[in-house]
Design a protein around this ligand. Structure first.
Ligand code: NAI
Length: 213
C-alpha cells in the first residue's frame, strides 16, 4: 500500500505497537503471535494483521512476529530511526517538563537548542542544554539548520514565532502553544498540535456516556 493511502487511525496506533514491542524486547521475548499481541494490547488479532499488512505484513504463518524485527520495522515506518535536529521555544513550566521528560532521541528528534526571552531563564541548564536568549535564534538556526521546533510559548506569541521559525527553515512543529498554525499558507509545513486537555474532555465524555450498571 502506498504510504499516503495508510489511514490516519492506523498511523495513530503505530506508537502503541512500538511501546508494547519495546516492553517485549526488554523482557527478552523474541517472538509473539498476533493473538498474543492482540491480548496484550487490547486489539483483535485481525486488527493487528490488517494494520501491519498496510506496510507489508512482517508476520509468518505458524511463527508469528519476530519482536526485534517488527520493533525495528515500526521505528523505520515512524521515521524514528533517524534524528531530526530540534529546538524548543519557551523554557517555562511546560517547556522544562517537555525538555526534561521526553526522550527526544528515542522518538526521532535530537534536541539541540532551547530558547526563551526571559533573562532569568537564559543561562539555566535544562536537559543538558544552556537556555539561549531568543535574540540568538537566527544565528543559531543559520549555523545548525534545525528542522523541528517544539513550541511551549503562550498562544499570543504563536503567530509571530511560527512565522519567524518558518523563515529560518523550520518545517515541522510540535505545537503545544494553542495557536493554530495555518498550514494552508505554508504547503510544506507539518504541524502536530498537542492539547492535553482534549484527552481530559474525552474522559469526561466517556464518564457521561457510561452505561448505567
Ligand atoms: P510559562 O509562562 O511557564 O512558560 C512560557 C515561556 O515562554 C516563558 O518562559 C516565557 O518567557 C516564554 N516566552 C514567551 N514569549 C516568548 C517569546 N516571544 N520568545 C521566547 N520565549 C517566550 O507557561 P507554561 O505553563 O510553560 O505554558 C506555556 C504555554 O503552553 C501556555 O500558553 C499554556 O497555555 C500552554 N499549555 C499547553 C498545553 C497543551 O496541552 N497544549 C498544556 C499546558 C500549557
Amino acid at each position: 500500500m502506498a504510504k499516503n493511502q495508510v489511514s490516519s487511525s492506523v498511523i495513530k496506533r503505530l506508537p502503541r505497537y512500538y511501546r508494547f514491542l519495546e516492553e517485549l524486547k526488554n523482557q527478552n521475548i523474541t517472538r509473539i503471535s498476533s493473538q498474543e499481541l492482540a491480548e496484550l494490547m487490547g486489539f483483535t488479532a485481525s486488527q493487528i494483521r490488517q494494520d501491519l499488512n498496510c506496510f507489508g505484513g512482517f508476520g509468518q504463518q505458524g511463527y508469528g512476529y519476530n519482536v526485534s524485527q517488527l520493533y525495528m520495522e515500526i521505528a523505520k515506518i515512524l521515521g524514528i530511526d533517524k534524528l531530526q535536529k530540534t529546538i524548543l521555544i519557551g523554557a517555562g513550566n511546560l517547556g522544562k517538563a517537555v525538555a526534561s521528560h521526553i526522550e527526544f532521541e528515542k522518538k526521532g528528534c535530537q534536541l539541540i537548542g532551547i530558547f526563551d526571552n526571559n533573562p532569568e531563564l537564559c543561562g539555566q541548564i535544562i536537559a543538558g542544554l544552556n537556555v539561549l536568549d531568543i535574540s540568538q535564534l537566527e544565528k543559531f538556526c543559520h549555523k545548525h539548520n534545525p528542522a523541528v521546533a517544539v513550541l511551549c510559548i503562550p498562544k499570543s506569541v504563536g503567530k509571530d514565532m511560527s512565522e519567524r521559525l518558518i523563515n529560518l527553515g523550520i518545517y515541522a512543529f510540535w505545537n503545544f502553544s494553542h495557536y493554530d498554525i495555518k498550514t494552508s499558507n505554508h504547503k510544506n509545513i507539518i504541524v502536530e498540535n498537542v492539547h492535553l486537555a482534549d484527552s481530559l474532555m474525552i474522559l469526561s465524555y466517556k464518564i457521561n456516556n457510561k452505561e448505567q450498571s
